[in-house]
Design a protein around this ligand. Sequence first.
Ligand code: NI
Length: 247
Amino acid sequence: MRLQLVTWHDVEAYLKKSTGIIIPIGSTEQHGPNGLVGTDALTAEFVAQGVGEKLGALVAPTISVGMAQHHLDFPGSMTLRPSTLIAVVRDNIQSLMRHGFTRFFFVNGHGGNIATVTAAFSEIYAERSLVRGGNTPSVKCKLRNWWEGPGIRALSKELYGGAEGSHATPSEVSLTFHMFPHTEKKVPMSPEVAPNGSFADAEDYRRNFPDGRIGSNPNLSTAAHGKRIYETAVEEVAKDYLAFTAS
Ligand code: NI
């Protein structure tokens, strides 16, 4: 159930049965030679909406621009500063808290968001702890990377072996090919599997990873793989959402 497609009466009725909500969060950044700039936001949104439909859970609007400063040397990439993203996440959560939501389950599509979103959760908790006193955290927040379940990891290993990598991965690119079949394509890439390594700022990133990929071979991506990845991710993330909202 998408929050944007229901009325406030519907939300009021929903809150009588559940105080949990799913919030997709991604990024808008380069994804190598054949991956879409929207990959991380689109995949998070798609998996989150699949979970929402499966469980009848509300899904908030997607936070589509994340913390991606290291991608800014590639055209089209956008970022929020960590401090801005913390403020965005807090304001989103606190808007919903005002109505009685207490369980905030972020379906994340971008590794670069993890540290910042986790810091935003700590800000929410700190505010409650400092202002209200006591130690009764009735509000809980969780970040769940859609690619992290054991089923997805096994599937990635089966399909891509050591060519999954950590950015512009064949798993995430396959997922977007499943969602938007007209975007499926292969592009010559050299070397076939990109190098691994670390990075600091945007120039350092581009110097180390000139075509944008890290450790991956996204030419292995197909829409058919994406369908399997989607179904597995929805199943695993749904299970975690139920466990989280029961806590
Ligand atoms: Ni990505």
